[in-house]
Design a protein around this ligand. Structure first.
Ligand SMILES: *Cc1c(COP(=O)(O)O)cnc(C)c1O
Length: 372
């Protein structure tokens, strides 16, 4: 096959040709043209969350996790204490990186197939007044469950706690409005729902807390306060910027705006998700989550019960047909995941279902139905 496989993975994901072509130019990191490119990207990112009046946005080199780590290092003082409601792998990662940086972290376990309950978060905050910040994963990409951002934000505001939101896989698709929902930091990245290429993250930081963040970070490279101060003064990134990634992101954002912004992107992903789930249901597959808690970002399916099923063989058979699937991330049940995001639409999702049907046939599996 001479075309790239369709990535049904939630980052890296399939990008448009226009986005890929934006990477064919070399940029000087000191050059005014590149500074203008960075400034333009930052302006439009703030527009997406309606944060011009309340927040700044600070970009950072690296994958999304680098920015989560940087946000915690920058926002949470060394003697701070974070509460991490945990319903999946990315929650566990946020708790772990907080602990590794020497911040006290309390994990609040929540079943993996249920959203976080804001009332339970409130109970924890009331019981332990030493907690300074809550870290919330907006869409837990490990399963695909959507957590209630607005309700948790309201609880944090009421109790005077900081809120750090990992909105990596939801930003630009699910609605987030900084005028209505108060957060101290919100993190996303280039290679997710904006449909850019991977290589940089960015963190929205509330202006009211920004100055108080000076000196919190134990890391030079991860200090978002310092990155912001330097960028405000010079227009430049502190260290070598991912120039081609910024150029691709700028072009990806232009297409996002042309498509109709967040509502249009959400509508396309909802349609992708519906096409996928309905098509897979006809083959016998069952999603791990109840439909009402499923975000239209990534769907976890139970593995087929049939003895001939093996994820590696299934993956290879789907790949041979041009589609890249994603392994499951649950420890208790065998699953696999299919992303609904990227520069793809209903046709690609239908073709993906056809590829899965062919893969099952090749493996001699009559139905995708899981064990009961
Ligand atoms: C993708 C993602 C991240 C970042 O993962 P990287 O592999 O570091 O890019 C963090 N949190 C969530 C919820 C994600 O979906």
């Amino acid at each position: 096959m001479d075309r790239d496989a369709i990535l049904l993975t939630p980052g890296p994901l399939t990008t448009t040709l226009r986005t890929k072509l934006a990477m064919l130019k070399d940029w000087g990191s000191w050059d005014a043209e590149f500074n203008a490119l960075t400034a333009g990207v930052r302006e439009r990112l703030l527009d997406i969350v309606h944060g011009q009046e309340t927040h700044v946005v600070v970009p950072l080199q690296g994958s999304g996790t680098f920015s989560v780590e940087a946000a915690v290092a920058t926002l949470v003082p060394k003697n701070g204490h974070v509460l991490v409601p945990d319903n999946g792998a990315y929650c566990k990662r946020a708790a772990k990186l907080s602990q590794m940086m020497g911040r006290r972290a309390t994990v609040m376990p929540v079943p993996e197939d249920a959203p976080i309950d804001a009332a339970a978060v409130e109970k924890h905050l009331a019981a332990d007044p030493g907690i300074t910040h809550v870290i919330l994963i907006h869409c837990e990409t490990g399963t695909g469950v959507e957590n209630p951002l607005a309700a948790v934000a309201a609880v944090c505001e009421k109790h005077g706690k900081g809120l750090i939101v990992d909105a990596m896989s939801s930003f630009a698709a699910l609605p987030i409005d900084a005028r209505k929902v108060r957060f101290d930091a919100l993190i996303a990245a280039s290679g997710k729902c904006l449909e850019g290429v991977p290589g940089m993250g960015f963190v929205f930081i509330r202006q009211a807390v920004l100055e108080g963040c000076a000196g919190n970070s134990q890391s030079l490279a991860m200090d978002l306060h310092d990155q912001h101060v330097y960028m405000a003064k010079t227009g430049q990134w502190r260290f070598t910027p991912p120039t081609h990634v910024v150029a691709a992101l700028s072009e990806a954002i232009a297409q996002f705006v042309e498509e109709g912004g967040q509502p249009a992107r959400l509508a396309r992903y909802v349609d992708n998700c519906r096409t996928l789930v309905e098509g897979m249901a006809k083959l016998g597959f069952r999603p791990f989550l109840r439909p009402e808690v499923q975000a239209p970002i990534i769907v976890t399916f139970h593995a087929p019960a049939h003895a001939a099923y093996d994820f590696k063989k299934f993956y290879a058979a789907a790949k041979a047909r041009g589609f890249i699937l994603y392994p499951g991330k649950l420890t208790q049940v065998e699953t696999f995941r299919v992303g609904c995001i990227g520069a793809i639409g209903r046709n690609e999702m239908q073709q993906a279902v056809n590829a899965v049907a062919d893969a099952l046939r090749e493996m001699g599996i009559p139905s995708g139905a899981p064990a009961l």
